[in-house]
Design a protein around this ligand. Structure first.
Ligand code: TRP
Length: 334
């Protein structure tokens, strides 16, 4: 069966963009058709200035939201990265296969480092794509469902897998990135040319999964559009409008261009979009609330998940240790 691995970084509250662009599909499709692992990648949250209590809180919340979004521990493995030592173990070995130049070419690193403007950049920000490669390669992953901003990192994981296999013997499956089939790329409501992210930005252009319905309505009603009057679907010229139509389409299962034909004012479109988003998020919020009332359940799921993940990763990481020349400890079975 195809092995799928993806991760969410607990650096901010999860957004409508995370849900429509990724999580919803993991629950509806990936967990049913593949042997899938979904990981709260908390080690990755330490690569930038962070508050320990907040990372802890967001990690717990991300795990609950993955379950609230419909991931079923009977069908897939949900766990927290730092609970499974194999990620860090393998990351070091892969650092011995990757090069400094390769790391410095990563677009995300260049962008984030530039944003630090003279401040200090953590070494882990530079090496983070290697840890991400370890996340992926430890599990013999075939497919990594991620957004386009991550394809360069998955490319690196492929390169490292191929290089390791050539030099030290076949150890890793060579993974590939899979974008969502129907690209639900949700853009910031206040800046429709940039993605509705979670980490760095905050503010009125971002709908969070746990926003109250009235907050969601307000954010959608205040979305930036343009000065035109007719409702047409044109991503290039009418980005704000296109974003609303795409959100509405993603929530109702329609087609953005067709939906456009049904409106003659921005107000009506915004109103319907707001309601569609509220309805789409309602079950997630409700399930999340139930899960919060039962923290022992979520902890149990994460404990089982970590156990399963460890058992899957261990043989591959051990093989990598042997292959690269590390002496097996006495008493190791091989
Ligand atoms: N880097 C990813 C992001 O910022 C998160 C991530 C970490 C990830 N490890 C992963 C995604 C492994 C897929 C597979 O969104």
């Amino acid at each position: 069966m195809t092995r799928v691995f993806s991760g969410v970084k607990p650096t901010g509250h999860l957004t409508l963009g995370n849900y429509l662009g990724a999580m919803r599909r993991w629950a509806a499709v990936d967990q049913h058709r593949s042997d899938a692992l979904f990981c709260v990648v908390d080690l990755h949250a330490l690569t930038v200035d962070h508050d320990p209590a907040r990372v802890r809180r967001l990690s717990r919340q991300a795990a609950s939201l993955l379950l609230a979004a419909g991931l079923d521990p009977e069908l897939c493995t949900v766990f927290v990265q730092s609970h499974v030592d194999e990620h860090a173990r393998l990351s070091y070995v892969l650092e011995c296969v990757a090069t400094d130049g390769e790391m410095r070419r990563m677009i995300q690193y260049k962008e984030k480092a530039a944003r630090e403007r003279g401040g200090s950049v953590r070494l882990s920000l530079l090496t983070y794509p290697v840890l991400m490669a370890a996340d992926i390669l430890a599990y013999g992953t075939d497919e990594v469902p991620v957004g386009d901003d991550q394809t360069q990192h998955v490319e690196l994981a492929r390169d490292l897998a191929v290089r390791f296999n050539q030099r030290y013997g076949h150890t890793f499956v060579v993974p590939r990135a899979t974008g969502p089939a129907v690209a639900a790329r949700v853009m910031n409501l206040q800046d429709p040319t940039s993605k509705m992210g979670k980490s760095e930005d905050t503010g009125p252009g971002i709908v969070y999964l746990l926003d109250e319905p009235d907050v969601v309505r307000k954010k959608v009603m205040r979305a930036v559009t343009d000065s035109g009057r007719d409702v047409v679907y044109d991503r290039e010229e009418r980005a704000g409008l296109a974003n609303l139509l795409e959100i509405l389409a993603a929530c109702t299962g329609g087609d953005p261009a067709e939906l456009a034909g049904g409106y003659d004012s921005y107000g009506a479109l915004k109103k319907d979009t707001a309601e569609a988003v509220v309805e789409t998020l309602r079950p997630v919020r409700e399930r999340h609330k139930e899960l919060c009332a039962d923290p022992g359940y979520v902890e149990g799921v994460l404990e089982d998940g970590a156990g399963k993940a460890r058992a899957m990763a261990r043989p591959t990481v051990d093989a990598a240790y042997r292959g690269i020349g590390l002496l097996p400890p006495a008493g190791a079975s091989r």
